[in-house]
Design a protein around this ligand. Sequence first.
Ligand code: FES
Length: 184
Amino acid sequence: MKIANLLPRRPAPPPTEAPPQPQRRSFLRQLGMGALLAGVAGEAYMMLRALVPNVLYEPPLRFKLGSPQQFPEGVTFLDEHRVFIVREKDTLHAISATCTHLGCTVKDITLDQPRRVTIQGRPVDIHAEFHCPCHGSKYYGEGTNYAGPAPKPLPWLAMEIAPDDGQLVVDASRIVGHDFRLKV
Ligand code: FES
């Protein structure tokens, strides 16, 4: 009998991992670089996206209303545009229906009888008023505020006749004076 067979056997050493091959190392490096670039691109996109505001769907400030002849004497409310078109014989003007307090839509009230009031020192006969349902502001028919928290009159909006088709055009981006009249 051999002596070597009598000695306790040593456990076999664990198999050592084979060193990564150059091809595999290069693949891993490219994978890491790709992930890094994707992360940087994502961050850059998020930063740029934050600079661009979300789209707001606001009504256009300049709009056509068809033939001027369709507006009868007195006040016509256009719900879609929140504007009053006022005809006085052969003139038209437009008054915003947006309350100057916090932006509610005011209602037009036709008076049973004309009422004489003083506006900027002048006596004026008014036939209608505008009342705000939200906090009780009141305006004379030509837009001057006289009661409630509204801080200023309802603005008058610019109007013109479109040269191409003769339609009435309101430009809500331009405020005009209370002496504005569009002859039609
Ligand atoms: S919003 Fe009109 S009175 Fe307040």
